[in-house]
Design a binder for this molecule. Structure first.
Ligand SMILES: O=C(O)C1=C[C@@H](OP(=O)(O)O)[C@@H](O)[C@H](O)C1
Ligand SMILES: C=C(OP(=O)(O)O)C(=O)O
Length: 431
């Protein structure tokens, strides 16, 4: 994979595209498929590096996974207690979702395991799952008192707890629900705002007893998971790059087919519409328990907005590209309550501010967000993805409206969530 991309400005986006499968749903399909009884058939699984890390982890625990033509993956489930002790350290690569969800899933197994990851993941906070899991009876050791990977887990009997999470995080919620499958009583998680609910939906799809309520969710253990068919919709977080690209390049009109539009993930649509973006959802339908639609986007004049509160977790991975849209909007955009951006693959507030500034944008970092004044002309420059996939793809979108070619370095990381991004980016534009 080339680690440097040169983007020439312009090129309307016309016609129809499809983006790869949803990363969050793909992780969960593999995990629950492995823990289910019987076979799970997954269509449209994302083959990004993060998801391949999850697949390898389960192969290493004795789960048979067959790749079949037509984008079909067949997982021979081993049941809740059928995993084998991995012979080696589990490498989660760059994937926070793999590491945090696996920590929950492994806490109640009858064996020893070690989770590690790349230099980015080994800096990301893990106490948010280690502390409540320890409260359930888990035995987990890690660097800095359990804050940083590698994490070593000695499976042990678990008790159900009620946990109030300080952050709205689907990874925390999901880790505790997966551990809760092995607990002796119900596990309840409360969160300050609703985070993505793919785990709740898929656990129910596989037959688990999951009961959401206002402010949280309770998982009742005791039911076996049954292997199912899962069709993975396109990832709205990947579609977001093309949505913003089509909005900011004059003359664009693009349909993105079969995208997941789960309300806990669709904050990007609400935000871009509030900015004046013309976005329509066509043929809304449901697929394996998840809402899906085709998204029609037309180039639009955008205006600045204020974003905060419950909207933030509904668009958490889209802030890098939202900050790009804000550069081309009239007036000021203020992003607040988004401190979580500082503990992603990189500190995404600092990363976007430094790279957009290098292009000549007016941006200011705040402790919990950013202030962006739209309307500055962006110039030709050399920028970097900084090893963070969403930063790299966001800079490619920003380059579409620069005065000259933009060179982006360290771009190989886009394969973690969006293999084939650069090819699709070229193919979707008239240049
Ligand atoms: O559960 C998931 O699949 C994810 C949850 C989010 O992280 P947090 O739970 O840390 O907010 C998100 O940023 C990540 O890309 C995927
Ligand atoms: C934060 C992300 O993923 P993860 O936490 O799984 O590394 C992301 O994909 O933007």
């Amino acid at each position: 994979m080339r680690d440097l991309q040169v983007i020439r400005p312009g090129g309307r986006l016309r016609g129809e595209i499809q983006v790869p499968g949803d990363k969050s749903i793909s992780h969960r399909a593999v995990m629950l498929g492995a823990l289910g009884k019987g076979e799970t058939v997954v269509r449209g699984l994302l083959r990004g590096e993060d998801n391949l890390a999850t697949l390898e982890a389960f192969r290493g625990m004795g789960v048979e996974v067959l790749d079949e033509p037509g984008d079909v993956l067949r997982i021979r489930g081993r049941g809740l207690n059928g995993l084998q002790e991995p012979q080696d350290v589990i490498d989660c690569g760059n994937s926070g979702t793999t590491m945090r969800l696996m920590t929950g899933l492994l806490a109640g197994q009858r064996f020893f395991s070690v989770l590690t990851g790349d230099r980015f993941l080994r800096k990301r906070p893990m106490k948010r799952v280690v502390v409540p899991l320890t409260g359930m009876g888990a035995r987990i050791l890690g660097r800095a008192g359990g804050e940083f990977a590698p994490l070593a887990l000695k499976g042990s009997p678990l008790t159900g707890i009620t946990h109030q999470s300080a952050v709205a995080s689907a990874q925390v919620k999901s880790a505790l629900m997966l551990a809760g499958l092995y607990a002796d009583g119900p596990t309840t998680i409360r969160e300050p705002h609703v985070s993505r609910d793919h785990s709740e939906r898929m656990l129910r799809w596989f037959g688990a007893d999951v009961r959401p309520f206002d402010g949280g969710v309770t998982l009742y253990p005791g039911r076996a998971l049954q292997g199912r068919e899962v069709t993975v919709p396109g990832d709205i977080s990947s579609a977001a790059f093309f949505m913003v690209a089509a909005l900011i390049v004059p003359g664009s009109e693009l349909i993105i087919r079969q995208v997941g539009v789960n309300p806990t993930r669709s904050g990007i649509i609400d935000i871009l519409r509030a900015m004046g973006g013309q976005i329509e959802l066509l043929d809304q339908r449901e697929c394996s328990g998840e809402p899906v639609a085709d998204i029609l986007v037309r180039a639009s004049d955008l205006k600045g907005v204020e974003i905060g509160g419950a909207l933030v977790p509904r668009a958490i991975d889209e802030f890098p590209v939202i900050s790009v849209a804000a550069c081309f909007a009239e007036g000021r955009t203020v992003i607040r309550d988004a401190r979580e951006l500082r503990v992603k693959e990189t500190d995404r507030i600092a990363s976007m501010c430094s790279q957009l500034e290098a292009l000549g944008a007016q941006v200011e970092a705040r402790d919990d967000g950013m202030v962006i004044d739209g309307g500055s002309e962006l110039g030709a420059a050399q920028v970097s993805a900084l090893g963070d996939h969403r930063i790299g793809m966001s800079m490619a979108v920003a380059a579409l409206r620069a005065r000259g070619s933009v060179t982006i370095s360290e771009t190989a990381c886009t394969a973690t969530s969006f293999p084939g991004f650069w090819e699709l980016f070229d193919a979707s534009r008239e240049v």
